[in-house]
Design a protein around this ligand. Structure first.
Ligand code: COA
Length: 315
């Protein structure tokens, strides 16, 4: 079977605590409000001249530096999940390919907002079945600071920048134990959207309460049903990091220990498509995830669309 053999991530240098964000942007808020309502204590913001493809490339480089050099030349597919790049074309994936010097690979982006990484993994997993060798690189990368509106205190305090990457070794049979369910539903209210007046003025807006209810009423029950029907017990549930309250509710609903629903939202905030692979890499680096095939994990991403997706696999 195919398997995930390595992970990597990149978080930009600039760290902003809640208090620093408030001081620098003039948002009418407090560290106490943000911490209590979201669990977020700080976020990373990329430098002005650092692009989404820079973040994605650095996450991929962090991954590749752990491996034999020849693996890079055998990457056949690069899929990047992102919603925040300022360059519609070439794709971020093509820019990563060029930056890393990968001679020949099929490279394209997926825009699935906060469900982007699970969508990218689903596509990569399906396409990898065509390949009896080589490697597939799947990246989630966001520069959310490109699109935040600091006049909207309910939204701008939630997000941060960053990227994470995984590498799949292909053998034509798909990932071990892979099961998935992806859903998109119409959202006439555009609960989360980026208004595109022109490429320099993109601004994100969100109805936080509507999104909160969507996660509670649709995503979490659907996840619970998926786990009941398709998964059973698991080692870790790696959720998109949108609000620590969601993680607590998920653990309660699934009747699992909160330790099985790991969190890094306190220090990275919501990095949209970057969120799941950044957390995966953190868990690999601190040896909670072993990448030896002995563990079962569930991934869940959710957000704009509205869309969500859940995937279980052995890792
Ligand atoms: N600081 C201080 N007060 C704030 C604030 C901020 N940053 N943002 C909103 N408020 C105020 C509101 O204006 C409102 O004031 P009012 O009662 O005087 O009208 C009050 O806090 C409560 O607002 P509400 O929106 O009901 O708060 P909430 O408990 O729903 O928390 C979110 C707001 C955004 C944290 C929460 O709705 C949430 O997490 N939603 C999901 C968003 C999300 O995860 N999006 C990404 C999905 S991928």
């Amino acid at each position: 079977m195919s398997k995930i053999i390595a992970t990597g991530s990149y978080l930009p240098k600039q760290v902003l605590t809640n208090t620093e964000l408030i001081e620098q942007t003039g948002i009418d808020s407090s560290d106490e409000w943000i911490t209590q309502r979201t669990g977020i204590k700080q976020r990373y913001f990329a430098a002005e001249n650092e692009t989404v493809s820079d973040l994605a490339t650095k996450a991929a480089s962090d991954l590749l530096k752990q491996l034999d050099d020849k693996i890079k030349s055998e990457i056949q597919l690069i899929v990047v999940a992102t919603m925040s790049s300022k360059t519609p074309t070439p794709s971020v994936a093509s820019q990563v390919q060029r930056a890393l010097g990968i001679e020949s690979a099929w490279a394209f982006d997926v825009n699935g907002a906060c469900s982007g990484f699970v969508m990218a993994l689903e596509i990569a997993e399906k396409l990898s079945k065509d390949k009896t060798g080589g490697y597939t690189l799947v990246i989630g990368a966001e520069k959310m600071s490109n699109i935040l509106n600091f006049e909207d205190r309910g939204t701008s305090i939630l997000f941060g920048d960053g990227a994470g990457a995984i590498l799949i070794e292909n053998d034509g049979e798909g990932l071990t134990g892979y099961k998935s369910q992806l859903v998109s539903i119409p959202d006439p209210e555009n609960s989360i959207c980026v208004l595109s007046e022109d490429l320099t003025k993109d601004k994100m807006s969100m109805d936080g309460r509507a999104v909160f209810n969507f996660v509670l009423r649709q995503v979490i029950p659907s996840l619970a049903e998926f786990i009941k029907q398709e998964v059973g017990t698991f080692d870790y549930l790696i959720s998109h990091q949108a609000n620590s309250r969601f993680l607590e509710i998920i653990a309660k609903k699934l009747k699992v220990d909160l330790d099985q629903v790991p969190a890094n939202i306190a220090h990275v905030a919501n990095t949209s498509a970057g969120s799941i692979p950044i957390l995966l890499d953190e868990l690999v680096k601190n040896h909670q995830l072993l990448l030896d095939g002995s563990q079962k994990i569930v991934l869940v991403g959710y957000g704009a669309g509205l869309a969500w997706g859940q995937i279980s696999l052995s890792i």
